[in-house]
Design a protein around this ligand. Structure first.
Ligand SMILES: [Zn+2]
Length: 83
């Protein structure tokens, strides 16, 4: 699972252009280094237009729900979280 790091711990602070809050990004240790997802804000803003949710939720063609940090949640996981 990727770990969410507050921007303050990453040494870089990104301020959301939509609401002015501190943003953060996903990081994942892939063994040979750390990879980062796009910067995102709880309000739905993402630095990546592909994941920017300010215009509403984004779904892929196969029903995955995208989040502003570059993640994609399969529809069956969403159902299991409800139960
Ligand atoms: Zn925001």
């Amino acid at each position: 699972m990727p770990v969410l790091w507050p921007a303050a711990l990453g040494g870089t602070v990104v301020i959301c252009p939509n609401c002015g809050a501190d943003c953060w990004r996903d990081s994942a240790d892939v063994g040979v280094g750390i990879i980062y997802g796009p910067w995102g804000c709880p309000c739905g803003w993402s630095e990546s237009a592909e994941y920017n949710l300010l215009d509403g939720p984004k779904l892929t063609a196969d029903g995955y729900e995208l989040d502003q940090w570059g993640g994609a949640t399969p529809p069956q996981v969403l159902e299991s979280e409800i139960r």
